[in-house]
Design a protein around this ligand. Structure first.
Ligand SMILES: Nc1ncnc2c1ncn2[C@@H]1O[C@H](COP(=O)(O)OP(=O)(O)OP(=O)(O)O)[C@@H](O)[C@H]1O
Ligand SMILES: [Mg+2]
Length: 370
């Protein structure tokens, strides 16, 4: 028997949980200033005052949600008076469901699903906070989804003016926006009461990615499973897409690929093969923050293997009623996000005509848009 081969009951993974995307890492480095800023915002609540509102903004996979989990650990360690609630706006994308989530956290039971008005739920929440002298810190994670539904102003307005319903109710809000360059907009009425502290989460640098991934590797794999060239490759791919999830997912899939070959080490070919799937992890997160007209345009592009800009504009205009300027901006945005290639044809007198092609398979995109 070849002892270099991995036996069927052996594994390369010391702790597979480390490579799950919802794992909360013990080691959360390179986000000290953001953690400090978040603590600063919540500090007034520790003394019974209303927290400072915050607005965390940064590209996908830059540690925003993780920072919130770390903040919650700190709050829960320090005082039972401050109640932090994490609201995933992807699954709670209306005012009613956001408030249901808060209700559930406060009362440990979901509100009745029918026959109860938003006002009733709001009243119950605010009077509970006032009577119990508790302070709520509501985190609207991936507020992008509320924006898609046009619900964000309504939700924020209700949360920020809770003390008007009940003067004793104190609520702080932390908004989290996954920023892919699309810009955003709050109603001036909301803006004037929000007065949020902006906390930026920039993309990690190559060195930071390396440091974080070295640590994951040490805890997650047995010694010597990942050699230096494999580490370089994983860092390189992760930096290319700027989303730490890609690196974590690459480790997991490369490890499984190596196991399938009964190898005791991960090789470059395992990483390259894994990348075909791991880059789609990033795609999923990218697509979720697109605006409706951006999705429409992308869907149109998906229907062709290649299409000229003029022809594409006609389809876009028919579907959305939008004009050429918006069309052009939308196209530029999809190109900046590296979802499409837009290359000049170089043919004909109208040299400005460009050919649009997808950088991902149409199937993979369509599946994630529906
Ligand atoms: N500084 C860090 N140290 C260790 N792991 C990290 C760090 N930052 C992020 N991660 C890991 O990267 C993954 C993505 O992080 P996270 O979910 O916090 O990103 P995000 O900024 O909320 O992204 P999105 O905008 O797409 O929601 C998680 O699995 C998390 O464990
Ligand atoms: Mg997140």
């Amino acid at each position: 028997m070849n002892k270099d081969l991995l036996m069927w009951d052996e594994t390369l993974f010391k702790d597979p949980d480390l490579f799950e995307l919802d794992h909360i890492p013990e080691y959360f480095a390179h986000r000290e200033s953001q953690m400090q800023a978040l603590m600063y915002c919540v500090r007034p609540a520790m003394r019974g005052a209303r927290p400072v509102n915050a607005f965390c903004i940064g590209p996908p996979g830059t540690g925003k949600t993780t920072a919130i989990h770390k903040l919650f650990e700190e709050i829960e360690k320090s005082t039972p008076k401050v109640i932090p609630v994490h609201i995933n706006c992807q699954t709670n994308s209306t005012r009613f469901t956001v408030y249901s989530r808060i209700y559930k956290k406060l009362f440990n039971i979901a509100p009745p699903s029918s026959g109860v008005s938003f006002q009733k739920i709001n009243e119950k929440i605010t009077s509970h906070l006032a009577d119990e002298e508790k302070i709520l810190v509501a985190v609207l994670d991936d507020i992008n989804y509320l924006m898609h539904e046009g619900e964000h102003d309504k939700v924020l307005y209700s949360l920020l003016r809770a003390h008007e319903t009940n003067p004793g109710a104190r609520i702080g809000v932390i908004n989290i926006l996954s920023d892919t360059g699309m810009g955003f907009h709050f109603d001036p009425k909301v803006e004037s009461v929000l007065l949020a502290e902006e906390i930026k989460f920039p993309r990690y640098t190559g060195d930071e990615i390396r440091d974080i991934l070295i640590n994951r590797n040490k805890l997650g794999f047995y010694n010597d499973v990942v050699g230096p060239d494999v580490m370089d490759k994983v860092v390189e791919y992760t930096e290319l897409l700027g989303d730490l999830r890609v690196g974590i997912d690459l480790f997991k899939r490369s490890g499984l690929n190596a196991e399938r070959r009964a190898s005791r080490t991960i090789e470059l070919e395992d990483v390259d093969k894994a990348y075909e799937t791991s880059r789609l992890v990033h795609l999923t997160y990218l697509l979720k923050s697109l605006k409706n007209e951006e999705k429409t345009l992308l869907e149109l592009i998906c229907k062709h293997t290649e299409i000229k800009t003029g022809e594409l504009y006609n389809g876009f205009h028919d579907k959305t009623g939008l004009g050429y300027t918006r069309y052009y901006e939308t196209l530029e945005k999809l190109s900046a996000l590296k979802l499409i290639n837009a290359s000049f044809t170089g043919k004909g007198t109208r040299g400005r005509s460009r050919i649009i092609t997808l950088r991902y398979s149409a199937d993979e995109i369509t599946k994630r848009l529906s």
